[in-house]
Design a protein around this ligand. Structure first.
Ligand code: ATP
Length: 548
């Protein structure tokens, strides 16, 4: 407020120690000085039809008393407008058309760190109190202007100035709104940092995922398993839903990976969810996601479900037979409409995923018993793939054992071969836990064996040989003799990459089977120098120390 702003009917008193020491009429210049130099704070009151503005100064309290009736036009110092303007949480400054600051609300004084009322914006810039003035820009352009302004306290603000015109179209006031951007700037920097981190994690995950997908190998030698692989290769390219059946540990997930890596979706991720491992309410949120505030404890921003996250890729629903009926109905809608609705949202979201489901239960029987929806069963069962148990494809056992010996050699640096009579026991065992059980068994006997060659004794000790799972070992002799060269390992990549991976696999198996490079080379029908070269090429030397 400035003295020159005062109405002629206003009364001024400078009061010190309850004594009026100056009156407005006589000491106007002095009052002006006091306002400019010594002001400490202001208070406003309404008393019996008068508006009283008290300016505390180091020279005393300056009282400005005006009849309330004067406020027929908009007055910033009017108690009501004052209250309104001070209730706004952004800084407000009002200037006249000359850039004189008529009003600053409390927030603005706090933000800017200085009371500029009664000063001219251009003077404040000249004195270095502000880097720029929005009012001056609006006065020049007569248009709304927004700038980022830094004040002497180093804080950064977003300031928007708007012109207000009178009835003749003349610029009357400039209203500037000041918003502290310091926190927002900090947040922006933080978000940028997180985005970079996120991108790094994504790249690392993708690299891991690609590595996993391309190194996953699948052994298939038996005609039954070759049929499965041939079927997979035929259907991998199309997007139809696949239902994989087979006992536990038979390789359903491994077959799913094979479908994915050979599909057009292989560059995207494959997401797996085990329907039996997650409680019903969690399963629903994992699959379909939820909107912010959908239920107590829901995170504020909501969460995307598996179908959304896997967009462009494959979703593997393991143990689908364990999915609760309520969720079966929701899943059916996803399959039919290629859309999901997050929990708590009515908005459908289009999804682009291939769904592969697997179960070790008899779904057809479950449909008959009413515990699995018939419509969902038919919708999932578009391409059924049944993986036979290991005991029905014993030709796979020897190559699988060699494969796992090689994997263990790579993992632990432990190289073992296996006596042929010990192998016969493994071939004749019924493997109720299928390939998973065989894999774990090979790992165990490798780690427990004290000699480089696994003996019958070690195998018998680890397998419960008295159970009916062991067939007559003599019969094992009658099993079709397996040629190492018949081992088929499914790799992905170009023809050259697959041939190289296959070659590496064969060499690893030969090295783990024969105690010397000479013997391994002989079994492979190549000379030793060729084999040594290949060992170096495939970097197999790290784990292998062979007698020459
Ligand atoms: N043909 C195969 N060649 C090589 N490894 C295999 C093969 N089949 C399965 N495995 C391995 O055996 C283990 C069990 O396989 P997988 O998890 O695919 O079985 P599953 O049928 O999905 O089991 P579950 O029913 O318990 O989910 C895995 O470690 C897998 O890598």
């Amino acid at each position: 407020m400035s003295i020159t702003e005062l109405h002629k009917d206003e009364h001024f008193f400078l009061v010190k120690n309850d004594e009026v020491i100056v009156k407005s009429d006589i000491q106007i210049e002095l009052l002006e000085k006091i306002i400019k130099k010594y002001s400490k704070g202001t208070e406003t009151y309404e008393v019996e039809g008068y508006f009283i503005h008290v300016l505390e100064t180091s020279q005393g309290s300056l009282f400005n008393i005006r009849p309330l009736m004067q406020f027929s036009h908009f007055d910033f110092m009017n108690p009501l407008s004052n209250k309104v303007l001070n209730s706004i949480s952004d800084g407000i400054t009002i200037c006249d058309s000359d850039g004189k600051i008529l009003f600053q609300n409390d927030i603005d004084i706090e933000i800017v760190g200085i009371n500029l009322m009664g000063r001219y914006a251009k003077d404040a810039i000249a004195e270095g109190l502000m880097s720029d003035s929005i009012s001056m820009k609006v006065i020049e352009s007569k248009e709304k202007v927004t700038i980022l302004q830094t004040f002497i306290n180093g804080k950064c603000f977003l300031v928007t100035g708007k012109p207000i015109f009178d009835e003749k179209g003349e610029l009357q006031y400039v209203v500037a709104i000041t918003r502290d951007m310091t926190q927002l700037k900090l947040l922006e920097t933080e978000v940028k940092k997180l985005e970079v981190q996120n991108e790094n994690f994504k790249n690392k995950l993708q690299a891991l995922h690609n590595k996993e997908a391309t190194t996953s190998s699948l052994i298939a030698v038996s005609p039954a398993m070759m049929d499965v692989v041939n079927r997979v290769m035929r259907i991998a390219e199309v997007d139809s839903t696949v239902l994989i059946g087979g006992e536990s540990g038979v390789g359903k997930e491994e077959i799913t990976k094979l479908i994915h890596v050979n599909s057009r979706r292989s560059h995207k991720q494959i997401l797996t969810i085990n329907c039996s491992a997650i409680p019903e309410n969690l399963l629903e949120t994992e699959l379909f996601g939820y909107e912010g505030g959908a239920f107590t404890g829901a995170s504020r921003g909501g969460k995307a479900g598996l179908f959304e996250i896997a967009s462009g890729g494959t979703v593997f629903l393991d143990e689908i037979g364990e999915m609760p009926l309520l969720l079966q109905a929701k899943l059916l809608r996803v399959l039919q409409e290629s859309e999901v609705q997050r929990i708590g949202s009515g908005r459908p979201i289009s999804i682009d995923v291939r769904i592969i489901a697997a179960t070790n239960r008899n779904l057809a029987e479950m449909v008959r018993q009413g515990s699995f929806r018939e419509d969902l069963y038919y919708r999932l069962n578009i391409i059924p793939i049944e993986i036979p148990p290991l005991r029905q494809r014993r030709q796979d056992i020897i190559p699988l054992v060699h494969h796992f010996l090689a994997v263990i050699g790579e993992k632990y640096g432990i190289h073992r071969t296996i006596e042929s009579s010990a192998m016969k026991i493994l071939v004749s065992y019924d493997w109720p836990g299928n390939i998973r059980q065989l894999k774990n068994m090979v790992e165990r006997i490798c780690l427990l064996a004290t000699q480089p060659e696994i003996t019958v004794y070690t195998v018998q000790q680890e397998l419960d040989c008295n159970t009916t799972n062991i067939r007559d070992i003599e019969n094992a002799e009658q099993l079709p003799k397996l040629q190492e060269s018949a081992v088929t390992t499914m790799f992905s990549g170009t023809l050259k990459e697959q041939v190289a991976a296959f070659e590496k696999q064969i060499i690893k198996q030969a090295l783990s089977k024969y105690p010397s490079i000479r013997q391994a080379a002989k079994s492979l029908g190549c000379d030793q120098s060729t084999l040594v070269r290949k060992i170096q090429k495939f970097q197999l030397t790290r784990h292998i120390s062979y007698k020459e």
